[in-house]
Design a protein. Structure first.
Length: 238
């Protein structure tokens, strides 16, 4: 609702309230003549009773709405409100992190370990080798990305990171199809796109300075995740 529409509502309300007040005031004056009582302002207020209370309540409500409208019309306040809403959304989404991370960690390690004859990555003896920097989830585009890292003094593969990402993603999808995941659904049933593999490698980056191979992995569990997944796939294929 814009200011113009809101002001129109206020004017209509005031006009109706004024007409109702005049009608009730006329009825009160008529009763005063009828019963021989003198006109008084407090008597008029008492006569109006519940109607006056309703009028005051609606007037206060409209004043409050007008104040909110004035505030939200300010660009800086709009930005602040959007930021607050975004922070609330991020906190809400982050509640699932601790329940997803362990199963996703085990799954990714199993996929890499099972195909390491080809990948030749310096994996450790267990899945903790993928958490050299600990849990470090990121929330981008309303999606949570789970990060994993492998210590890698130098590259052990002859192709670029995009190719590595596609290869690992193919292994992930084969594992989901044939064996599934422990404690987490293997597919997400999207209302718009049907069955989507629940694990998607968003990015693989090798950091030469830190000697780390980093993975950003998305666990698809809502429509926001699906939209990002579809957008990312389209950008990759364009």
């Amino acid at each position: 609702m814009n200011k113009k529409s809101f002001k129109r509502i206020v004017y209509i309300f005031l006009a109706v309230a004024l007409i109702a007040f005049l009608i009730l005031a006329g009825a009160y004056i008529e009763d005063c003549h009828k019963y021989g009582t003198s006109f008084s302002f407090f008597g008029l207020i008492s006569y109006l009773g519940v109607g006056l209370m309703c009028f005051l309540f609606v007037a206060l409500l409209l004043a409050f709405l007008l104040a909110i409208l004035q505030l939200t019309d300010n660009k800086s306040i709009k930005s602040a409100l959007r930021l607050i809403a975004k922070q609330i959304t991020i906190k809400s989404k982050m509640k699932v992190v601790n329940s997803v991370y362990p199963s996703l960690l085990y799954f990714l390690y199993d996929v890499l370990q099972s195909n390491n004859e080809f990948l030749k990555l310096p994996l450790g003896k267990d899945c903790s080798s993928l958490l050299k920097e600990g849990y470090n989830p990121l929330c981008v585009d309303n999606c949570i990305f789970y990060t994993f890292q492998i210590i890698m003094p130098k590259k052990s593969y002859d192709f670029d990171e995009d190719t590595l990402k596609q290869i690992i993603q193919s292994y992930i999808e084969a594992q989901l199809l044939n064996y599934g995941m422990v404690n987490l659904p293997s597919y997400y049933n999207s209302k718009s796109y049907g069955m989507i593999p629940s694990v998607y490698i968003e990015k693989v980056v090798y950091n030469e300075e830190q000697h780390l191979l980093k993975f950003a992995v998305m666990y698809i569990s809502c429509e926001d995740d699906v939209r990002h997944y579809i957008k990312s796939k389209r950008e990759m294929n364009s």
